[in-house]
Write a new protein. Structure first.
Length: 547
């Protein structure tokens, strides 16, 4: 026989015998809590039916029955008039009101899947205020990229129409631990803002936050927990199990393939898509055996995508800019093609021949293919690191010369993204020499707000230069009407987020996107993988094997 209880919103099963445990293990979505020696099941009708078929006399806790009733009602959600949102200085959009209404209706985990520029931060701030007012929530944890911590602080102080103490935990080591240990001393609604890496890399941080006991956790840029096996995903899973409310906010819940949504949904509510990534991929994904062993997802089962979308939508609200906002047009110019100098072409071709030879070996690992492609991309940008040394040598001026010509004719403000530090530094030198008063955000920038204000408010500042990983999120650059990619990374998330830095509310002019490519190079393949949302390692292996 089994005894049932409720643990963190899941059905907890205490088994009397090994046979009972064996029967529970056959129920889909089960997991085992070793510390408590309990089997945990998703709170679904399927779980209850499975238990009843095995133990007809089992007593299902009232909390679970009430949760099932609420779960049945959520699919019947009709947008109701939202309460007045507790924000000031802005006029909420209709999609923000609908999202708040749905989140309050569900009264539980919620996916705020609003595309970049649709105001998901203000929507989350509204929900924090309303849950504090209605449910007495006074301990809120916001987890976000480190570069976005001050952005959250500024947004809450300027937008929230309620009193809240914001604790921005961007420090490290002893100072960070001291801040966390003193959270209990703060009275009233307290919003602690911390970065993902701090939680994933430090057990004391997780312990301190667990002891504090946040009742609401907001994961901003929640695609960062798309991989449920990472340390930060597991740590947030443990913290999330203890929180009454969880909000996952991201404009790209499945940036590369719909498979990416699994980790986010598992953190929100594992009863929706289950707890097993293997089982999820078996149902929804198309996989291919790799020559060196293992399997790679190469596509999705399109006939099942409506089912997957319906499940995800049951606890989330999705909106795109095209659906919700009346923004000016964004146009993509044809790539600006440049040619290598003869010596740079020979260097590039030699390295590419080595990469092609590797791609045709029997045991090829996708990660190694990307590593080899990295050096090719460094050459197209013009700078190649010395072996075993942090210094770089300039091997080409092709792109830089083309960018110099672009700057000479520049009559508006522009954003220039580049991947590598040496590229950012070279672009800054050129823009400075041409009197464009550039500002820069890279991995070392401390005061991002000051940099953004200069571009937005200083007429002399004509160019913003961003290292794409550091500047793709948390900045609004609507003073610029051109977005230029000197080079890009391989991440579709970084690419899509960077595109939206100036194509968002506050932009009143059409936006032009320009890309610099070296002809017959990896630049064209990277661009194809991003625009077509195709895995780059697969594109490279297919291209090089054909060669």
């Amino acid at each position: 026989m089994v005894k049932l209880s409720v643990l963190n919103g899941r059905i907890a099963c205490a088994c009397d015998t090994a046979m009972d445990a064996l029967l529970v293990k056959q129920i889909p979505g089960r997991s085992y809590d070793r510390a408590r020696r309990l089997w945990l099941l998703p709170p679904t009708h399927e779980s209850v039916d499975a238990l009843a078929s095995r133990w007809p006399d089992v007593q299902v806790p009232l909390d679970i029955l009430e949760a099932l009733q609420k779960r049945s009602q959520r699919d019947a959600f009709e947008p109701a008039p939202a309460p007045e949102l507790p924000v000031r200085g802005i006029t909420p959009f209709e999609h923000q009101r609908v999202a708040v209404s749905k989140a309050l209706h569900l009264d539980g985990p919620f996916g705020l899947f609003h595309e970049q520029g649709c105001g998901k931060t203000a929507t989350a701030i509204s929900l924090i205020g309303l849950l504090s007012e209605r449910e007495g929530i006074d301990r809120v944890l916001v987890v976000c990229p480190k570069t976005v911590i001050p952005v959250w602080g500024e947004e809450i102080r300027s937008v929230a129409d309620y009193d809240a103490h914001v604790v921005e935990v961007s420090a490290t080591g002893v100072k960070r631990q001291r801040m966390l240990d003193h959270l209990d001393a703060v009275e009233g609604l307290t919003i602690c803002v911390i970065n993902y890496e701090a939680i994933g890399r430090s057990t004391p941080v997780e312990v301190a936050l667990s002891n504090w006991g946040p009742q609401l956790i907001v994961c901003d840029e929640a695609h960062r927990i798309a991989n449920p096996s990472t340390r930060q995903s597991r740590a947030l899973g443990r913290l999330g199990d203890e929180a009454r409310y969880r909000i996952a906010a991201t404009g790209t819940p499945s940036a590369n393939l719909p498979i990416d949504v699994f980790g986010v949904m598992k953190w929100l509510d594992s009863s929706v898509l289950g707890t097993s990534l293997t089982a999820f991929k078996s149902r929804y994904a198309i996989e291919r055996e790799l020559p060196g062993g293992g399997r790679m997802v190469v596509g999705m089962r399109h006939e099942l995508m409506p089912e997957l979308s319906e499940k995800v939508a049951s606890i989330s609200h999705r909106v795109t800019k095209e659906d919700a906002l009346d923004l000016p047009e964004r146009m993509f110019a044809d790539p600006i093609m440049v040619d290598f100098e003869p010596q740079a072409r020979r260097l590039y071709d030699d390295l590419q021949r080595d990469a092609i030879a590797y791609a045709n070996e029997d045991a090829v690992v996708a990660a190694h293919v990307l590593t080899r492609s990295l050096r090719l991309q460094q050459i197209t940008g013009g700078f190649l690191p010395f072996e075993g040394d942090e210094s770089v040598r300039q091997v080409s001026c092709a792109k830089l010369n083309a960018l110099r010509e672009y700057f000479e004719d520049l009559s508006v403000k522009a954003i220039v993204f580049a991947r590598f530090t040496a590229e950012v530094q070279a672009i800054e030198r050129i823009a400075t020499a041409q009197g464009l008063s550039p500002v820069v955000i890279d991995g070392s920038t401390k005061h991002r707000g000051d940099v953004v204000r200069r571009l937005q408010e200083d007429d002399d500042c004509r160019v913003f230069i961003g290292q794409i990983r550091a500047a793709c999120e948390g900045v609004t650059l609507t003073a610029a009407t051109e977005t230029v990619y000197y080079s890009t990374g391989y991440s579709l998330i970084e690419w899509s987020q960077s595109l939206d830095r100036n194509h968002r509310p506050g932009q009143h002019h059409p936006v032009m996107v320009r890309r610099f490519h070296v002809r017959d190079s990896i630049d064209e393949l990277v661009d194809r993988s991003l625009t077509e949302k195709v895995d780059l390692a697969r594109v490279l292996m297919d291209e090089w094997r054909r060669a």
